[in-house]
Ligand binder design. Sequence first.
Ligand SMILES: NC(=O)c1ccc[n+]([C@@H]2O[C@H](COP(=O)([O-])OP(=O)(O)OC[C@H]3O[C@@H](n4cnc5c(N)ncnc54)[C@H](OP(=O)(O)O)[C@@H]3O)[C@@H](O)[C@H]2O)c1
Length: 224
Amino acid sequence: MSGDRPTVTLKLATSLDGRIALANGQSQWITGEAARAEVHHLRANHDAVVVGSETVLADDPLLTARLDPPPAKQPLRVVADSRGRIPPGAKLFSTLEIGPVAIATLETTDLDARGWPSTRGLQFWMLPAGEGSSSISLTAMMESAQRAGVTSMMIEGGGQLAAAFMRASLVDRIEWFRAPVVLGGDGRPCLGDLGLETLNAAPKFDRTSVREIGPDLWESYVRR
Ligand SMILES: NC(=O)c1ccc[n+]([C@@H]2O[C@H](COP(=O)([O-])OP(=O)(O)OC[C@H]3O[C@@H](n4cnc5c(N)ncnc54)[C@H](OP(=O)(O)O)[C@@H]3O)[C@@H](O)[C@H]2O)c1
């Protein structure tokens, strides 16, 4: 990657036991209104927000920064969708006049067959697969983001994409909103498998603040 890569913030909105959804996928809303309002500020403070395809398929999110007054600039909304699975009817596509969208997909994806709009405000990043993976290379995605002028990005889940960023040592900061509810081991984890074999190898972070936000806790961490 040429020059400094974009900085990466991982945003987590979880139960006390680190779950982001029930086993059946239900996830809205785990954290309270005040925490959710803060997420809109965080979005406005990043050049891009990024989610995995499963999050769009499950939640059909807008991912805009909904503030009053609206921010001067909306973040670029990026979906990591290697196989082009998100539907043309996704809300992301019907809100391009509010903010831009980038679909990061494999270079083999047939865009014509997807039925996605080809409109101003929508860009496609055609990327190679990661080493030993059938999904897009995150390094290549970061390079595309950098070319698009992105200097900071916030990963908003889900657990599989968050784990991929963590495995690649690309997470610089964590903003963790934790609600006073437990969802249990059958809930979906905020981080997928990391494949660690020793505790020494575990990614480590230093806490920089803890705040109460309505009924929730907001913890901030930086990579050690
Ligand atoms: N509480 C919250 O704040 C919150 C936030 C977000 C999501 N959620 C919940 O989380 C669930 C979805 O999370 P999830 O973990 O199942 O899925 P996810 O992380 O949203 O998406 C996973 C998909 O991302 C794609 N992807 C593209 N590049 C990748 C890469 N390099 N590495 C890994 N994956 C890559 C993969 O599909 P392809 O290979 O096809 O690209 C993969 O299947 C939903 O239930 C949603 O409601 C909750």
